[in-house]
Design a protein around this ligand. Structure first.
Ligand SMILES: C[S@@+](CC[C@H](N)C(=O)[O-])C[C@H]1O[C@@H](n2cnc3c(N)ncnc32)[C@H](O)[C@@H]1O
Length: 376
């Protein structure tokens, strides 16, 4: 199924949202971050925390304007995506229901009437910010896959290039795994399968399984896999209770899962990952850098990004000591750092990390190993 094209009016809104977001990062936020040292000197202070750095900006109309732009452009983009998809709801739903099975091992395992965790649904139920400001979050609409395909490409500042534009960074991330001969690779919080599809390509001989708790996300991921001729199993299972046997997985991955769960759930996921990994097996995560890895003013503007996008667990993850959590779960050889990958012509590249500029893309890799010599 190729999504029906947006109307001219919707395309204009996407252009506006993408253009304003890009302008906001480059022309307002980046100069504000770069102005930090001058402001600190003018006030005779030397901030050591993001809260102290934030005091240098709190009353600045440019900062308040940047916050308003960030949030209202997210709302515009996602609402327009919803409108443009709902217009063709009947045909999209029919396509999803009649996904043609083309692959021998490709499967979709859903659990009928599955209860979703309270922390996952309450923002929507209570009328708070839906995750990413997408109405209904990941679970509230059967059309959410198509909505993300459309709105996600605006979010990535690449809407005319499409949802799958610039997959190079994900591929570089996957290729940073220490081995290529895994028997089984499990992708936690796979959603619509962005990373899972890359895992399938990079590890052609492995069994590749994507897990998520959202049935609509998995249904769309499965549809994309069949359409793309990829053998992938997608299963509706919680990352805290994956159902795999002890020590039966060579590589566990996640892309943008860690900052979308509460602290206690993140701890449970790490314990589960440790349990299912074989001794010597690897954990490989791509997510947002912790505040501790940033200068105070960068951290302040990173928290601005989370608030402007309806990220309900952003703050608790970025303020946490994730490496300590992994060590506590039993992992060894824990390393983290920016993904070393430049996408030519793309503003949010790792070159920005090297020059110390502000990067709105935040690709941060964490790797850990389950020690050998422990019982599987
Ligand atoms: C930002 S999306 C992940 C994007 C995806 N990895 C990709 O490659 O595009 C986060 C996903 O995590 C899922 N999720 C959150 N908590 C989960 C849990 N405890 N178990 C499984 N999936 C979970 C959400 O339903 C959502 O689909």
């Amino acid at each position: 199924m190729a999504l029906p094209p947006p109307t001219h009016d919707e395309s204009s809104r996407f252009d506006l949202a993408e253009g304003v977001r890009s302008f906001n990062y480059r022309r307002i936020v980046a100069p504000l971050v770069a102005d930090h040292d001058r402001r600190a000197a003018a006030h005779g202070v030397a901030p050591t925390t993001k809260e102290q750095a934030g005091e240098l900006y709190a009353d600045d109309p440019a900062y308040l304007f940047a916050c308003a732009l960030q949030r209202s452009m997210q709302q515009l983009a996602w609402r327009t995506a919803v409108t443009s998809i709902e217009r063709d709801a009947a045909s999209i739903e029919a396509d999803l229901k009649t996904t043609v099975h083309t692959q021998e091992h490709s499967r979709l395992e859903l659990v009928a009437d599955r209860d979703l965790p309270d922390w996952y649904t309450w923002h929507t139920r209570e009328g708070r910010d839906d995750i990413h400001l997408v109405p209904g979050g990941y679970w509230g609409s059967d059309l959410v896959g198509a909505v993300y395909e459309r709105g996600g490409s605006v979010y990535r500042l690449a809407w005319r290039a499409g949802y799958d534009a610039r997959p190079g960074a994900l591929e570089a991330f996957v290729r940073s795994a220490p081995r290529t001969d895994y028997a089984r690779v499990v992708d936690l919080g796979c959603s619509f399968g962005g990373l899972t599809r890359v895992l399938r390509t990079v590890f052609p001989d492995a069994e590749v399984v994507g897990l998520d708790i959202s049935a609509p996300a998995l249904t769309y991921a499965h549809h994309l896999a069949e359409r793309g001729g990829q053998d992938i199993t997608y299963a509706q299972r919680d990352a805290t209770a994956t159902g795999f046997e002890d020590g039966s997985v060579g590589l566990v991955t996640a892309f943008l899962l860690l900052h979308e769960v509460p602290d206690d759930v993140r701890a449970e996921i790490m314990a589960e990952a440790y349990r299912i990994l074989e001794p010597g097996g690897t954990l490989l995560f791509l997510d947002i850098p912790p505040y501790a890895a940033l200068r105070p003013e960068q951290a302040f503007f990173e928290s601005f990004d989370g608030r402007g996008n309806g990220e309900n667990f952003w703050e608790c993850f970025l303020a946490s000591d994730f490496r300590a959590l992994l060590a506590g779960a039993g992992f060894e050889q824990i390393t983290d750092g920016p993904l070393d990958f430049d996408e030519p012509g793309y503003w949010g590249s790792s070159a920005l990390w090297r020059t110390g500029e502000f990067d709105p893309v935040h690709r941060w890799v964490t790797r850990a190993v389950k020690p050998v010599g422990v019982p599987a």
